[in-house]
Design a binder for this molecule. Sequence first.
Ligand SMILES: Cc1ncc(COP(=O)(O)O)c(C=O)c1O
Length: 518
Amino acid sequence: MGSVRVTPGESSPSLGQAGELVAPSAIRGPSAAQIPLRIEADRGHPLHEQISEQIRLLITEGKLRPGSYVPSSRQLADQLGVSRNTVLLAFSRLASEGYIEAAKGSHTFVSHGYANSWPLHGYAAKSSAPTKPIRRPPILFRGEPQQLVHPGRKPIFDFFVGRPCPHCFPRRIWRRLLLKRLASAGSALSEYPHPAGLLELRHAVADHLGTARGMNVRAAQILIVNGIQEALNIIARLFVRPGTPVAIEDPCYRGALSTFESYGAEMIPVPVDKDGVRVDHLPERALSFVYVTPSHQFPTGETLPAGRRIELLNWAARVGAYVVEDDYDSDFRFDGPPLTALAGLDSSASVIYLGTFSKSIGAGLRIGYLAVPVELAEMAIAIKAILNAGQSWLDQAVLADFISSGSFARHLNHVRSVYRSRRDCLLDALREHFGKVDVSGHQGGMHVMWHLPGSLPTAATVQATALNHGVGVYSLRSAVGFDFSQTPYSTRSLVLGYPALTEEQIREGIARVARALM
Ligand SMILES: Cc1ncc(COP(=O)(O)O)c(C=O)c1O
């Protein structure tokens, strides 16, 4: 280990408030801020030793990690109100012990030689172990997260659900709008945004829902949320306490189920058939709400026909329940005109509508929207404020411009045609290798469900075999779906998402599955 070199031009990380405790993660990296040292001049203990002891402790406790930058001697001297020589003395001691070192002409940093002894749980590490076991409060959270990030190593050809085409993201126009908004942001980035969302965006979403989904909704009823996932949490906070009955499709979207269960809901499964949710199986009693995916049932992909839509709305008005309509991928309808949303048919203010830009633009944006009946708006906004005080202003502003300039509509037309071709390609590939195939959900959305012929093994076996050949195809439960009891959907059906794969990849992926199963 070399000794610490301090050069006059030593570049310096910015300083925070003196004596402030800095979270371990914030200490890492070239922008290292102040480190939490406290020295006492009247302790009768040499100052350089107080400094070296405390830095040593930060390193051994894992709070200053190997490779992390230590503030320059000049900064530290300023921070602590001591002479620079005192700090240099402390540094030189630490360097000779191998705790810190200096890169040529650059910062001083925690030695990499320390990496092996860096504690795994640095935050929790204490210098002395407690003598008596500590009794902690019980963890009340119950829930299993939805697995939207691909589990494990990605296969070469991955038909995982819910992934838009990565090359379709409107990068060029997004960049232009982003820079324009950044240049004229004023105080918008330093102030808290309105918890309900940017008014311009709420207006743009309300207009879009009018044209695209036949809904008559005002901006005051729209909340901009962190994806549908947050909207589900807001709804659960509105209505669910431990033991609250909530009806849900069976099979259903795992993210919705997990959310409601985590608030203690008693789930009432309502079966799904080839026309979507069986409305005649809904209980004839007061319920807070039923959660449904009428445009493209998740995961079967079926569309709820007009007759059942009316029955569902009549049921809701009769028993006084809300219908939570998750319209996650309805921007993509390939065959026939777009459907009117349930919320567009609703004349008794029974529908709470959820939409997202995760599928139409990109899931990484984390922007969705919630349209609520007027009487729920104030409460829903209060919950959003409690949850996270609103969405990022910049992203909302760019999105508002993207929609109101007409770019969103053009983008959707383009992406729709790309996805339609990929859907056709997938169906052709399945037919080419497996003959007549039984597929549902192909009329729209971003995935299809393939009901396996009797000649093929179970969904789980096909999934495992395909994976061994570099292809990801997914059984209902591994595709963010859930069913309450084993049905042919769980054992004999596969969910195939296709927009993220090129046509060539789709053809090769399905060909590999066919070869693997021979
Ligand atoms: C039915 C359904 N709802 C909601 C979502 C997630 O939406 P968001 O990304 O807006 O949270 C998904 C994701 O695949 C989904 O399948």
